[in-house]
Design a protein around this ligand. Structure first.
Ligand code: AVJ
Length: 377
């Protein structure tokens, strides 16, 4: 692992993930299909307060070898586009446009998880901070700004907060996460970790208790086997005194679930199709996003939402970077995401199987979303 100190007022240089424009470009409106009508908070130039370099130390740790993400994308595309049925892993949604579209999703009427989880955190952050007594907040996957802040504020009030470590595979999301807290917490050490948390968790070796937060229900985007492996890997890296805060979306009326993944304004459809633009940019593919339609369905047996892209016609797509020619039949569907929904007993069981003991469980007042606090068993 390389450890590159960065001044806090300059965008950090990190290995280029596939399909990503360098973020040395000035922040500004992005051209994302479906996102252009209303600039998102994520893309708006942050309201910069005067630089307070003495207050915040921002470092970027590169935990993946050069070219790792580019090779991972090629491997995923090669395997997934050759499979029957075709499949792409959801982690490739999040280039700058995808991150912006996701931010927009979180503000949709139909997309309740972000608001539900935030309401839990508002009520429980003090309890969480008091239970964890952590010096370091490690946030896996860059969450929404105000959710991170609720935790940081509570840890600061508890008097334990010393450092914040956002970890994300998406450079765009990561830099945004680091920027959010820039200058807001005097003395806070911020270490942005560019990493795939399925590969490398980027846990700081610093002494002191860590609170690892994995929010937003993102664990539901892993398949059951990947989930078990991820939880076991996380558990193996934690020490007595560390805590794990996990957000899980809950099983509910399928109509509510499907609406959350197939909104009337079509933002989720644009988000889903953006994965094709990611492949076009990174691999020189010639996907026509307009030749596919967005599909969201509830799989009652697996208890997950599945997003797919359905080919509207017989077509042949070429992917030069991996020497692939990919035929799609009219009506053929390619899976791009599962988003599993949980029950409290299932969450506790999966945590226990990985060597965690769930000490607290909260839901929002409508029982839509669950937040659990666990410790090494
Ligand atoms: C918040 C990343 C878990 O599965 O709900 C939103 C991503 N996909 N709409 C989710 C997502 C479609 C999301 N995560």
């Amino acid at each position: 692992m390389r450890d590159v100190p960065r001044p806090s007022d300059r965008p950090a240089e990190t290995p280029q993930a596939p399909g990503r424009t360098p973020h040395t470009a000035p922040p500004g409106p992005l051209r994302c299909p479906g996102a252009e009508d209303q600039p998102s908070e994520a893309s708006a130039p942050p309201a910069r307060r005067p630089a307070r370099k003495a207050d915040v130390a921002l470092r970027v740790e590169r935990c993946l070898p050069d070219g790792f993400l580019a090779e991972a994308l090629r491997a995923d595309a090669r395997a997934g586009l050759s499979a029957t049925p075709k499949v792409l892993p959801p982690k490739w949604f999040y280039d700058e446009c995808g991150s912006e579209l996701f931010e927009k999703i979180t503000r949709l009427d139909e997309y309740y998880p972000t608001r539900a989880e935030r309401s839990i955190l508002r009520a429980a952050a003090g309890q969480i901070a008091a239970a964890a007594r952590a010096e370091t907040l490690v946030e896996l996957g860059a969450g929404a700004a105000d959710k991170t802040r609720l935790l940081l504020d509570a840890m600061a009030a508890e008097g334990t907060l010393a450092s914040f470590v956002p970890v994300d595979v998406s450079e765009a999301a990561l830099i945004e996460a680091a920027r959010r807290v820039d200058g807001e917490y005097p003395g806070l050490a911020v270490t942005a970790v560019v990493s795939d948390f399925e590969e490398h968790l980027g846990l700081p070796s610093a002494s002191g208790a860590r609170l690892v937060a994995f929010l937003g229900g993102t664990i539901g985007n892993l398949l059951p086997g990947q989930r078990a492996a991820f939880l076991a890997s996380l558990r193996s890296r934690l020490r007595p005194g560390d805590s794990f805060l996990l957000g899980t979306d809950l099983v509910k009326d399928p109509a509510v679930l499907v609406a959350a993944y197939d909104d009337a304004a079509g933002v989720t459809a644009a988000f889903n199709k953006n994965i094709l633009s990611v492949l076009n940019a990174a691999l020189g593919a010639d996907f026509d996003p307009d030749a596919f339609e967005h599909v969201a369905l509830w799989d009652a047996r697996q208890e997950w939402i599945e997003m797919r892209l359905r080919s509207l016609q017989d077509q042949i797509v070429t992917v030069p970077a991996i020497d692939l020619v990919v035929p799609f039949a009219e009506g053929e569907e390619m899976r791009t995401e599962v988003s599993a929904k949980f029950r409290s007993a299932g969450v506790a069981a999966e945590l226990a199987a990985a060597g965690f003991s769930m000490t607290e469980w909260w839901t929002d007042d409508r029982g839509r979303f669950g937040l659990s606090l666990s410790v090494p068993a």
